[in-house]
Design a protein around this ligand. Structure first.
Ligand SMILES: Cc1cc2nc3c(=O)[nH]c(=O)nc-3n(C[C@H](O)[C@H](O)[C@H](O)COP(=O)(O)O)c2cc1C
Length: 262
């Protein structure tokens, strides 16, 4: 499947097969994709703890349900806890030196002077502030997005899981105080059809994107739309026929609650 088709077909998969284990190699490929995603200052603040339902303790598994995605967490053979390691920001200077040394920033002959006198002190000064939710959470989004596409390309389904507070989970998995979970990601083989009932609604393109000024919608070319259509980027809109019946059958088989999903 070409990248465009992967992007267009990716859907949040909430119904995962609890009885079909996921090969750790497939999870590794997701993590490899996350590792090479862009990171602010190349700080590698985004890290992940993979929870493998078959080998985690009962107490750890019981700590997982969130108010919204409880049944999803319990069905999923794998839950990836994506977290920010705040201590990574303390190494910002070292990461910048690596970036300059490998030629990424394109400084001239005076590169070390520039680096030590301006960039490193600047990053040292903002390091503490960067540990707070904000820029580093964007790193997390980049990492999870790449991991998600890699999962989909391997036939896996995933869904991000939010929570009002991760304290219980952080305690159950002995996270150090410097770490905070941003999001959990359920991973497994889909119980539902991988199209998950079709493309979920989005606001209109011209409501979302602008060119040069806020009041000026970005021009949407029909030619580009036709090209993407040809590449199977666009998928039929949800709900597809028989979607309700499909989900109802899964709920019945696994005795799942009717509510509790967004
Ligand atoms: C950061 C984040 C947190 C999310 N949390 C939840 C959640 O707790 N429960 C859930 O069922 N879906 C959750 N989702 C999935 C979204 O609801 C979903 O992406 C959205 O409805 C669009 O559907 P799609 O991903 O299939 O295109 C989350 C998505 C993101 C990006």
């Amino acid at each position: 499947m070409e990248l465009r088709e992967v992007i267009g077909n990716r859907r949040s998969i909430r119904y995962l097969d609890p009885d079909k284990p996921v090969e750790l190699e497939k999870i590794q490929r997701m993590l490899e994709a996350a590792r090479i995603a862009s990171h602010f200052g190349n700080n590698n603040a985004v890290q992940a703890l993979v929870v493998h339902r078959d080998t985690a303790t009962d107490e750890q598994i019981a700590s997982l349900p969130s108010p919204v995605g409880g049944f999803q967490m319990q069905l999923a053979p794998v839950v990836i806890l994506w977290y920010i390691q705040g201590d990574a920001m303390d190494e910002a200077g070292a990461r910048l030196r690596e970036l300059v040394a490998c030629g990424a920033l394109g400084y001239g002959p005076d590169k070390n002077k520039e680096l030590e006198e301006t960039l490193v002190p600047l990053f040292d000064n903002i390091g503490e502030a960067l540990k707070a939710p904000g820029m580093v959470d964007m790193d997390c989004g980049q990492a999870v997005a790449q991991a998600t596409l890699m999962a989909f390309e391997q036939g896996l389904g995933t869904c991000c899981q939010g929570s009002g507070g991760w304290d219980k989970v952080e305690a159950a998995f002995d996270f150090p105080a410097s770490c905070r979970i941003v999001v959990a990601q359920t991973v497994g083989y889909p119980l539902e059809n991988p199209d998950a009932g079709g493309q979920r609604p989005r606001l209109a393109f011209d409501k979302l994107f602008q060119l040069n000024s806020i009041g000026n919608p970005f021009p949407r070319s029909q030619e580009v739309l036709d090209e993407l259509e040809q590449d199977k980027f666009f998928q039929p809109a949800a709900p597809l026929p028989k979607r309700e019946e499909e989900v109802e059958a899964i709920r019945k088989k696994y005795n799942l609650p009717r509510s509790g999903m967004i």
